[in-house]
Design a protein around this ligand. Structure first.
Ligand SMILES: [Fe+2]
Ligand SMILES: [Fe+2]
Length: 280
């Protein structure tokens, strides 16, 4: 198998593509107190290509505004700063993956990441967790995979195609191939990019067991990731995932009452949003 013949590719020796500075600064900015919305608008608008992609998503069928939104300032006012932050990160991650998105296995990974974000947002809406923050954490949760996919897309795509097992079991294969798994790589990136600390646990521990933990962002994103697998948006084809019914059993009572009760309806909603973003 090609991935095994390659041996370990020392992570430190891989050259990572740059991540959008605007997207990173938006993430940093919104964790500061007293953020001026004008400052946020100017930051996004400072990169016209980036701002254009954000506006395309804002005006897409996924969000279908009642009237066209022509400027970032207007988008901030209509959608809110928190919501726009998640969309900026979506644009940033898509740019980060670059050409690797042409590979079907890597594209499936991107769809898994988006599915997790949409599901996390829906889970948050069913309870008391901040829905915009949940979407942002969902988009960021597998950023370590995105890094592996963008620096070694063929090797990583081979691994995704051939691996059979749970999402947690692939971590060991990543360590054999790259010396680090995608959770460790993601944690390093959160440090390197100077992102707020709360992202670290989300990125580094989303495959850890949260069974005994309190219901909050970490458990919500971990469940969103597994629900994405169960709803047909698995990170790799032979991914052994728990049934949707089992996953619903992990929800607190309130969320269970207000969340989707069948996986088909959830998959439809997630697919609709992903398709709208992918069609841009
Ligand atoms: Fe993951
Ligand atoms: Fe995931």
């Amino acid at each position: 198998m090609r991935v095994q013949e390659q041996g370990v590719v020392a992570w430190e020796h891989l050259r990572l593509p740059p991540f959008s500075q605007v997207a990173l600064r938006v993430l940093q900015l919104l964790h500061r107190e007293n953020v001026q919305l004008q400052e946020l608008s100017e930051l996004i608008a400072s990169d016209p290509a980036f701002a254009g992609e954000v506006l395309a998503i804002v005006n897409s069928l996924a969000y279908a505004p009642r009237f066209p939104i022509h400027s970032i300032q207007q988008a901030v006012a209509v959608m809110g700063a928190g919501h726009l932050q998640g969309l900026c990160l979506t644009v940033g991650v898509r740019g980060y993956m670059g050409q690797s998105l042409g590979n079907p296995s890597i594209r499936a990974l991107w769809r898994h990441n988006l599915a997790c974000a949409v599901i996390a947002e829906q889970l948050a809406s069913a309870g008391f967790v901040d829905r915009d923050a949940a979407y942002t954490c969902g988009v960021l949760h597998d950023v370590g995979r995105m890094a592996l996919a963008s620096v070694r897309s063929r090797e990583y795509a081979d691994l995704l195609c051939t691996h059979r097992g749970t999402p947690a079991s692939i971590l060991e294969c990543e360590r054999e191939l790259f010396g680090k798994d995608h959770c460790e790589v993601g944690r390093d990136l959160v440090h390197e990019w100077k992102l707020p600390e709360e992202f670290e646990a989300i990125v580094a521990e989303h495959h850890a067991s949260h069974a005994d933990g309190e219901w909050g962002m970490a458990r919500l994103v971990s469940l969103g990731c597994r629900m994405a697998d169960a709803a047909g948006f698995a990170a790799f084809p032979a991914c052994g995932s728990a049934s949707f019914a089992e996953l619903l059993g992990e929800l607190p009572v309130r969320e269970r009452k207000l969340f989707f009760t069948d996986v088909e309806s959830l998959a439809y909603e997630v697919g609709r949003k992903i398709s709208a973003i992918e069609s841009l």
